[in-house]
Design a protein around this ligand. Structure first.
Ligand code: ZN
Length: 153
């Protein structure tokens, strides 16, 4: 069966960046299942999988525009340490959920100085070209309920 809108697709995948570091992988886990055509995965990967069949292995290079977008310098901000009340120790790499002008976002602490914390509300993979090695395990028709809900059950 070919991948098209309203099919449920199972894939094994390994995601690497330009430095060949593995960022994410389904290895040792269940394959990733998603509803095709519903925006459940990044646009570049969804486009590359369109029309493919189970058993196919493919390598896909996805520029930031078709992945998590470019890195926006305006989303990097300095805030006072007082904004983190209740957190014992603030360290670079910590992530928090925060209200930002562009909505509810995960922000990452990138720098900590005396009373000032630098946070980055960009997606951690913003600005990155992503390289996916994908094996398509299964393609099936979505149920009516899955189609209505826009996700896999
Ligand atoms: Zn549902």
């Amino acid at each position: 069966m070919q991948i098209a809108s309203n099919t449920v697709v199972s894939i094994d995948y390994t995601l690497t960046n330009d430095q060949q570091q593995v960022l994410d992988s389904s290895e040792g886990r269940e394959p990733l299942k998603y509803l095709h055509g519903a925006g459940n995965i990044i646009p570049g990967l969804e486009q590359a999988l369109e029309g493919q069949e189970s058993g196919t292995e493919l390598n896909v290079d996805i520029p930031p525009e078709s992945a998590y977008g470019p890195r926006d310098p305006e989303l990097i901000q300095d805030v006072s340490k007082e904004a983190f009340q209740g957190v014992d120790q603030i360290e670079p790499g910590m992530q928090f959920r925060a209200q930002t002008p562009s909505g509810d976002r995960v922000v990452t602490v990138t720098d900590v100085k005396d009373e000032q914390v630098t946070i980055d509300a960009n997606h951690p993979l913003a600005g990155e070209t992503l390289h996916f090695a994908v094996t398509i395990r299964e393609v099936r028709e979505a149920t009516d309920e899955e189609q209505q809900h826009g996700h896999v059950h």
